[in-house]
Design a protein around this ligand. Structure first.
Ligand code: SIN
Length: 339
């Protein structure tokens, strides 16, 4: 073996060092050995839901289109963060994507409370028209000053009341305790009928119902099915009194920190995933309702037009209480979306 006086290395060792240096430049240039950047997507629902499926599609598309560069880790069912901390975690960059229901942004903007106003939208088509129209698109930016970027709306569906006694008239709910999402509008909606609203995270609802700590809740067919609420609630009133949809959000810091070309690819992947999630939401609304009713664990309470009108009359005054916070222009645009 010949020892090089300058480097102190033997010839075979020198060749190995050279090869490693070349490999390292190659690896860095082509991102061969570098770990992919992890994007965390946390949500509170099960995987067999519109949001659960949307998040998985997003993972699939991002990893397909940016192989080896980005990976998406999806954390369903409040495994990583729940209702009480997911937006704070987003702002700390502990998670990069969350999609809370529109009722859960109250601490960051009051304008999104429009979606909680009872009996505002006739159906999901009206909700969609409003979201995609000028006012809805402007609301995506309503939290920009707080560092939250709204990237798109995702549907779940219209809400129904569930309980253990039939709710045909608002008076039937008097004195009962209902779980609501963290929204003052939803609390006011139950105040209006003389019921008690209890703000609790989604992850606690099943146990609260099962142990009879609360009497009822309001949710979509999809959430009522996937969380098995129907197994511990004997009645579901098909009221379609409000909407439960989502906004997919990220933080300004994370979003602006992405290279422009990657951001474009990630946004396209998100838009496609949302389109799939919306399709699933429309299908699940019927399918999960059928599964619940077929199980015979819960009975359907169908409101006559006169009964439904009583709910409208008693709950609609809630709008006026929140008009200043939400903005009359926003409420008017939502009403106009009913056509
Ligand atoms: C969700 O669909 O993300 C949860 C809704 C709820 O808290 O009721």
């Amino acid at each position: 073996m010949i020892l090089n006086q300058q480097t102190g290395l033997t010839r075979p060792l020198k060749t190995l060092v050279k090869m490693l240096a070349v490999a390292s430049v190659f690896a860095t240039s082509f991102n061969v050995f570098a770990e992919p950047i992890e994007i965390k997507f946390s949500h509170v629902v099960a995987e067999n839901t519109p949001k659960g499926q949307m998040a998985l599609k997003f993972k699939e598309l991002v990893e397909q289109r940016l192989p080896g560069e980005y990976k998406v880790s999806v954390f369903p069912s409040s495994q990583l963060f729940g209702d009480n901390n997911e937006l704070a975690a987003l702002l700390l960059n502990d998670v990069q994507f969350v999609a809370p229901s529109l009722s859960k942004f109250e601490r960051y903007t009051k304008r999104l409370q429009v979606f909680d106003l009872p009996f505002l939208f006739n159906d999901m088509d009206a909700v969609n028209r409003f979201q995609q129209g000028e006012a809805g698109q402007t609301l995506l930016n309503s939290m920009s000053r707080k560092g939250i970027v709204g990237l798109g709306y995702l549907h779940n569906g219209m809400k129904q009341f569930s309980s253990n006694t039939p709710l045909n008239n608002p008076a039937d709910a008097k004195g009962l305790k209902f779980r609501v999402m963290a929204s003052d509008v939803l609390a006011a909606q139950f105040d209006a009928i003389g019921a008690m609203a209890i703000k609790k995270p989604f992850s606690e609802v099943f146990t609260l119902l099962q142990t009879r700590a609360i009497d009822g809740q309001e949710n979509t067919w999809s959430n009522t099915y996937s969380q098995k609420f129907y197994e511990v609630q004997s009645q579901i009133t098909e009221s379609n009194h409000g909407v439960l949809d989502y906004m997919v959000v990220t933080s300004d810091t994370f979003w602006k920190g992405l290279p422009a070309d990657k951001r474009k690819i990630i946004k396209e992947a998100l838009d496609e995933s949302i389109a799939l999630g919306n399709k699933i939401a429309a299908e699940k609304d019927n399918e999960d309702k059928k599964l619940i009713l077929d199980s015979k664990r819960s009975q359907l309470v169908t409101l006559s037009p006169a009964e439904r009108q009583k709910w409208v009359e008693v709950m609609k005054p809630v709008w006026a209480k929140f008009e200043d916070q939400i903005g009359k222009d926003v409420i008017d645009a939502a009403v106009a979306a009913n056509k």
